[in-house]
Design a protein around this ligand. Structure first.
Ligand SMILES: Cc1cc2nc3c(=O)[nH]c(=O)nc-3n(C[C@H](O)[C@H](O)[C@H](O)COP(=O)(O)OP(=O)(O)OC[C@H]3O[C@@H](n4cnc5c(N)ncnc54)[C@H](O)[C@@H]3O)c2cc1C
Length: 472
């Protein structure tokens, strides 16, 4: 049995960052990955493919130019699933190559196989040729991620009825699709299809979507979706899904109003990939959604030699945060100093239009009883917005009346996921409204929206005295 300092199960964002960090400490590291190639959900079926698909859809459909040339403008007529796939393969290959090189450069050993626990410091791995290996380590990191939730009432067939891992394999673009689940993944795919002029019905049992996002942003977003013909069927559950003889799918809805569409994407939730890990052998348990409980600062589980990071520990389930968690977990596991996970991190939703947010929403600020003021800028108020032909897009800043500090930053529209980092820096460095008012921004940029929004708030904020304290 070969012994390692650190074993990582899973090569997604959490696993790969942890492994590289451990290798940089000079440790002997093994990464076990059951997939054909390294990268995890992030590279193969989640983040990168969906973002590549989005970019391809926006480019080939001419979406970004429609403000100038009208809604019927297309860069390529008769877009096919093949057009969408072509770019996907190139991007994914680049991503994987970079990862493989990173592992090789840092002398991280990778092994393809299915890992499970034998005890708290030993794992067994079923290799590609049916052989079984055993490895032991001082510490083991679980970075196994998630698999799509597939309830029994959904007759998945990978042809017309897909989960979110399968949807990339569609062989043609449908005329209509029903997306079940208005979470981040469902909304991203629903709006990508809609940008390709596929008729989309978005189904959600709750009355609202993305409750962690500022409501004013969601109102703006919802208006844009409806304006371009997306149908939102909220507040009712899907009860049964059938394939009809004419090849269409039918979703029977609670309350009786059914939905017919050519394809169905079921994107309502994911489960921690823990069922095959033989957790009993190491004394760990997962919850009803397959997640593992950890200390949120160190990512240590209830078993001292075992750590867990990434989607398998639950919220926020982002590649960005998973990477940080993996790195911090590796530091703790190997007894090295580590910073705390950041209190405020950005959330990027790559819908069309995209949204990004950091800090408190207006609803949270009210709930906490903080006196505040908001400033809003529309992208159409910026010169860059005029140049780009944008008639939508909004940035909202929330400031404390008492300290004038930025409390929250919320953006919907082109470039939101990049723009948010200005807000993130100011918020995490405890900056105030004055930062935006007193600094010059490149012109013409969408980033100017920060200044416009800050000035909007400034117009209604009490004037600070010379010590920066509020006099009124
Ligand atoms: C459609 C979609 C879009 C997304 N978009 C974004 C986005 O835009 N931005 C963002 O930040 N996040 C996004 N995410 C989330 C992001 O993909 C995840 O947060 C991230 O992949 C989690 O990383 P991870 O390391 O925890 O696990 P994963 O990436 O899930 O990797 C886990 C790996 O572990 C392997 N594994 C599991 N069990 C075993 C075993 N027993 N033995 C060996 N190997 C095993 C799996 O094969 C897998 O490769 C998206 C997710 C989806 C599904």
């Amino acid at each position: 049995m070969e012994h390692y300092d650190f074993i990582v199960i899973g090569s997604g964002p959490a696993g790969r960052r942890a492994a590289i960090q451990a290798a940089k400490f000079g440790k002997k590291v093994l990464v076990v990955e059951r997939g054909h190639r390294v990268g995890g959900v992030s590279v193969h079926t989640g983040t990168i493919p969906s973002k590549t698909l989005r970019e391809t859809a926006l480019n080939l459909s001419g979406w970004r130019e429609r403000g100038f040339y009208g809604r019927s403008y297309r860069v390529k007529q008769d877009l096919t699933a093949g057009d969408l796939r072509a770019r996907l393969d190139i991007t994914l290959n680049h991503e994987i190559e970079v990862l493989e090189h990173q592992f090789a450069r840092n002398q991280v050993t990778t092994l393809r196989g299915d890992a499970r626990f034998k005890n708290q410091t030993t794992i067994e791995v079923d290799g590609e040729q049916g052989e079984t290996f055993e490895f032991s380590a001082e510490s083991i990191l679980l970075a196994v991620g998630t698999v799509p939730f597939r309830p029994g009432y959904v007759p998945f067939d990978g042809k017309n009825i897909f989960d979110s891992d399968e949807i990339l394999n569609l062989d043609h673009l449908p005329r209509s699709i029903a997306v079940i689940g208005a979470g981040v993944i469902g909304i991203e795919y629903a709006t990508i299809f809609s940008s390709l002029d596929v008729h989309v019905t978005l189904v959600e049992p709750r009355d609202t979507m993305l409750d962690f996002i500022d409501r004013e942003l969601i109102d703006d977003f919802t208006h844009q979706l409806k304006d371009r013909g997306m149908v939102l069927r909220f507040g009712r559950k899907a009860e049964k899904i059938s394939k009809l003889e004419d090849g269409m799918c039918e979703i029977q809805m609670e309350g009786g109003r059914n939905i017919r569409s050519e394809m169905v994407l079921f994107a309502a939730g994911r489960m921690g990939a823990t069922t095959e890990l033989n957790l009993e052998a190491c004394g760990l348990e997962s919850d009803s959604r397959g997640r593992i409980k950890v200390d949120p600062k160190t990512f240590k589980t209830d078993v001292p030699s075992i750590y867990a990071a990434g989607d398998v520990i639950g919220f926020p389930s982002l590649a960005s945060t998973s990477m940080e968690q993996g790195r911090i977990a590796a530091c703790h596991a190997l007894g090295r100093p580590a910073h705390e996970p950041p209190k405020f991190f950005p959330y990027g939703i790559y819908s069309v239009p995209e949204m990004s947010t950091i800090g408190m929403t207006e609803e949270e600020v009210i709930e906490r009883g903080i006196s505040y003021e908001c400033g809003i800028a529309r992208f159409r108020e910026t010169s860059r917005g005029h140049i780009m032909g944008l008639d939508t897009g909004m940035l909202k800043l929330i400031f404390s009346l008492k300290t004038r500090r930025l409390l929250g930053c919320h953006i919907v529209g082109e470039g939101a996921t990049e723009l948010i980092h200005i807000g993130q820096a100011v918020l995490n460095l405890k900056g105030t409204l004055e930062y935006f008012v007193e600094n010059a921004f490149n012109y013409p940029t969408l980033a100017e929206a920060y200044k416009i929004a800050a000035l909007d708030a400034w117009n209604r904020m009490p004037v600070p005295d010379t010590q920066g304290l509020i006099s009124a």
